[in-house]
Structure formats: structure tokens, C-alpha cells
Write a protein that binds this ligand. Structure first.
Ligand SMILES: [Zn+2]
Length: 445
């Protein structure tokens, strides 16, 4: 009999291939034993009988610069079963990419409750791309650029995109591209402005599925030319999925992510929430929602990210002027559990692929992260499938005063979360130390 620091007993352990009843022994932050041996014991015992035991969620898409900073975001993340976050570190025009990354690493190491990695964000790729090799040295290997938001001055044109992807391809990394045709979208917005259109009613028109599909196609073809793997965050439409399928079937190196809100809501359901529901790309129709679920089931969509970006806004704010973004990270796993697993749209084994194992593999964090296995970090979530609860802003830990999922009933509740073996969430209790999260280098693509 071997003594562990913590043992988790009798849970249903979920892998991408199977679900098996078993036990886990944790020592020195790692899983040291996982298997059928009921006799293992430790200083702390967690009874997981009747519960599901999942690998901690890896959220590849977070923005810790709005209502939640790195510290606050990592807390609301932990309550959502997320044990690793990959933040977008945006270098705004005139800023150094490397200096921006160093600032994020410093703040994260000082304050984050959970482990974190970074994507670099290039707002002025023409000038900042030269710093990509230095970023890779720092442990940041994925780089976000926008094909949209020309009017905001965030868009990278195809010339600068090719240049940056050429460098990323040669250095060994991955481009993350917000894929929507920015100039076409700006034209459509201007046209609606001239018509004095009601932007709330017509929001999806300003983020058309075809503009997404076109940009996905273009992004991946430029990637092929420059030998640069491409990651498409937040795919929102059936048209986007159609092009993604074509590209993947052709053997192109492209990875795809969608978000919980595109899988669980439609604009018709959401528009009563006004500006709170403004996210980019827009939430679309039921047809799109079904296409996204199907693409996850068929393996075309690899990951799910939260796009957590809570902004200070109210439902009645002017819709056109309101910023994009909402709190998402704490509701991500519960929403996917209810709308996916409970409603038969998503097998529980596929859930852990898209929330953990695939993400770890694409970002180069595997096998340290992403799977419950001997030698891996003991990042673990325990869910009681029988407890019913209702999402409300009041039971969330984001600084946002709203959630898009207000009033949604969820059957299945996160009971415990372990980060490298430390029990950080225990029902409603929280016991992590600020700064205990570590910066983790990626090896993306
Ligand atoms: Zn985002």
C-alpha cells in the first residue's frame, strides 16, 4: 500500500476513448497512480462515488484586460473547472510584443491562481512581426491577428498577414486569426448606419456567415503558401464550418475552435438582452448552432474556448456603440454539459477532447496537461451529474454584473477542482493562493 498526498476514489474517470470507474493517487502535484486499485490511500481522501472525474479544462481563449484582470479571471475560471488559461496578450500599435508578453508573465506569476500560457497579439503586424522569434524564446508560440475590425484600426491586411505568417512558419509556431472579412463588414455597417437601421435587430447582418467563410478560406490558403499552421478561434457559422470541412479534407494544417455561446444561444433568443449580447462574431441562427455541434461530433472543430471578455455595459446601452464581449469562462463547462452532454448533442468523451486533450496537443502542452494519466499534472474536475442548479450572475465570480446564461437550469454541478493536486475549489469554497499559478511555455501547431 502506497501513501499519496491525495486520493480520489470511485469516480467515473473520463477519457476521450472511454469512461472507467477508478481511483487516482496524487503526489508532488502529479497523478502518480490511476487505475482500479481500491486499496490506495493518502493523507486526504476525496470520495468521488457517483461522480464524473474529468481533466481540468484548458481554455485557449481569454482576455484578462477588461472587468476581470489576470487574478480575477483565474478565480472565475477555477470555479468553472478551468485549470489552465491561455490569455491573449495584445500588443497595441506602438507597443513592443516582447515587452507586452513580459508584462503579462510578470503579472500572471505574481497573481494568477491557476496555470497560464499566452498567445501574442499583433495589432501592427507589419512592425511587430520581427519580434516573433523573441516571443518564441519566451515560450509564446501562437500569434493572433485580426482580419476584421478595420475601422477600429486592428485589421491586418493580407500583405502584413503573409509577412507575419512567413516569420511564424519559419520560426515554428501558429497563427491565430480572427477570420471575418473586415472591409466587407465595415461596408455593411456603414450602409446600415446610413439607413439609420436598428443595429440590435440586424446585428447578425453585420457579421455575416459568408464573411467568416471567406476569411477562413483566405487565412488557411495564405498559411499554406507561408507554411504556417493556422488556428481559427470562435467559428460561429455553418458556412464557416462548410469551408473548414473542405480545407481539412484537403489536408490543410488548420485547427478550429468555437465557443459555448454559439452552441447554446441564437440571436433571436438573445436580443432581448440588448447590448449585453453583443459579441464578435455575432451569435447567429439555430441552423448555425446545429452545424457547429455536428462539426464537433465529426471532429472538424477541435477545441472550445470561452472568449471570456466581460465589458462594462448595460442591456439598454446604445447597441452600435457598445463594446463586444461577455463573461463566459465560469459557465463554459456547465453550459456544454447541459446543452451538449445532457441533451445528447455531445458525448462526454468528446467533451474532454475538445475542452482538454485536443487543446493541450494543439498548443503543445501535452502530456503535462490535457489528460488524466500517470505523470501528468493533477489538474482535475469532479462533477456531480445529479445536482441541479440555476446560473445567475449572483453565483458567478466574474466582476461582470451579468451573464448571458441568467436563469438557465443546469443538471450537473462542479463540486471540486484540483490544480496540480491542490484542492482549490470545494463546492462554494475557494482556497488557492494568489500567484500559485505558473507560466507555461507552449509549443503550438
Ligand atoms: Zn476573443
Amino acid at each position: 500500500m502506497k501513501g499519496y498526498e491525495t486520493v480520489i476514489k470511485g469516480g467515473k474517470i473520463v477519457y476521450p476513448e472511454k469512461t472507467v470507474k477508478g481511483n487516482i493517487g496524487i503526489k508532488n502535484e502529479k497523478i502518480e497512480y490511476i487505475g482500479p486499485d481500491d486499496s490506495i490511500c493518502g493523507r486526504n481522501t476525496i470520495d468521488a462515488g457517483g461522480k464524473y472525474v474529468l481533466p481540468g479544462v484548458i481554455d485557449p481563449h481569454t482576455h484578462p484586460v477588461y472587468l476581470d484582470n489576470i487574478k480575477g479571471l483565474s478565480k472565475t475560471a477555477a470555479f468553472g473547472g478551468v485549470t489552465t488559461v491561455i490569455h491573449y496578450a495584445y500588443a497595441k500599435p506602438g507597443k513592443s510584443l516582447a515587452a507586452t508578453l513580459k508584462d503579462y508573465i510578470k503579472e500572471g506569476e505574481a497573481t494568477s491562481y491557476i496555470d497560464f500560457a499566452l498567445h501574442g497579439g499583433l495589432f501592427d503586424a507589419g512592425k511587430q512581426a520581427d519580434e516573433i522569434p523573441e516571443a518564441v524564446e519566451l515560450g509564446v508560440t501562437s500569434f493572433k491577428m485580426f482580419m476584421a475590425y478595420a475601422k477600429l484600426g486592428w485589421m491586418t491586411d493580407d500583405y502584413a498577414l503573409a509577412g507575419a505568417m512567413d516569420i511564424i512558419g519559419r520560426t515554428g509556431g501558429m497563427a491565430c486569426l480572427h477570420a471575418e472579412n473586415g472591409l466587407v463588414i465595415d461596408y455593411i455597417q456603414d450602409k446600415l448606419l446610413a439607413e439609420k437601421a436598428d443595429f440590435k435587430e440586424r446585428f447578425p447582418e453585420t457579421s455575416p456567415d459568408i464573411a467568416e467563410a471567406e476569411a477562413i478560406f483566405r487565412a488557411v490558403q495564405i498559411g499554406r503558401l507561408m507554411k504556417c499552421p493556422v488556428y481559427i478561434p470562435h467559428i460561429s457559422s455553418g458556412e464557416g464550418v462548410k469551408i473548414l470541412k473542405y480545407l481539412k479534407d484537403e489536408g490543410c494544417k488548420v485547427y478550429a475552435e468555437t465557443c459555448p455561446h454559439y452552441l447554446s444561444l441564437t440571436w433571436d433568443e438573445l436580443k432581448a438582452m440588448g447590448s449585453l449580447g453583443k459579441v464578435g462574431p455575432s451569435i447567429k441562427t439555430d441552423k448555425d448552432r446545429i452545424a457547429l455541434w455536428d462539426a464537433i461530433g465529426e471532429g472538424y472543430i477541435d477545441t472550445i474556448g470561452s472568449d471570456h471578455a466581460p465589458k462594462d455595459k448595460k442591456a439598454e446601452d446604445d447597441f452600435f456603440a457598445a463594446p463586444y464581449g461577455t463573461p463566459e469562462i465560469e459557465t463554459m463547462l456547465p453550459v456544454l454539459w447541459e446543452f451538449g452532454v445532457n441533451r445528447g448533442r455531445l458525448a462526454i468523451n468528446r467533451l474532454v477532447s475538445v475542452l482538454s486533450e485536443n487543446t493541450a496537443k494543439i498548443m503543445g502542452l501535452f502530456p503535462q496537461k490535457g489528460r488524466l494519466d500517470t505523470g501528468s499534472d493533477a489538474d482535475i474536475v469532479i462533477i456531480d451529474p445529479d445536482e441541479e442548479w440555476t446560473i445567475s450572475q449572483e453565483n458567478q465570480h466574474s466582476n461582470a454584473a451579468y451573464t448571458l446564461f441568467e436563469g438557465k437550469t443546469i443538471l450537473g454541478r462542479i463540486k471540486k477542482v484540483l490544480s496540480r493536486g491542490r484542492l482549490i475549489v470545494d463546492n462554494s469554497g475557494f482556497s488557492a493562493e494568489s500567484g500559485s499559478g505558473k507560466f507555461i511555455k507552449t509549443n503550438a501547431g
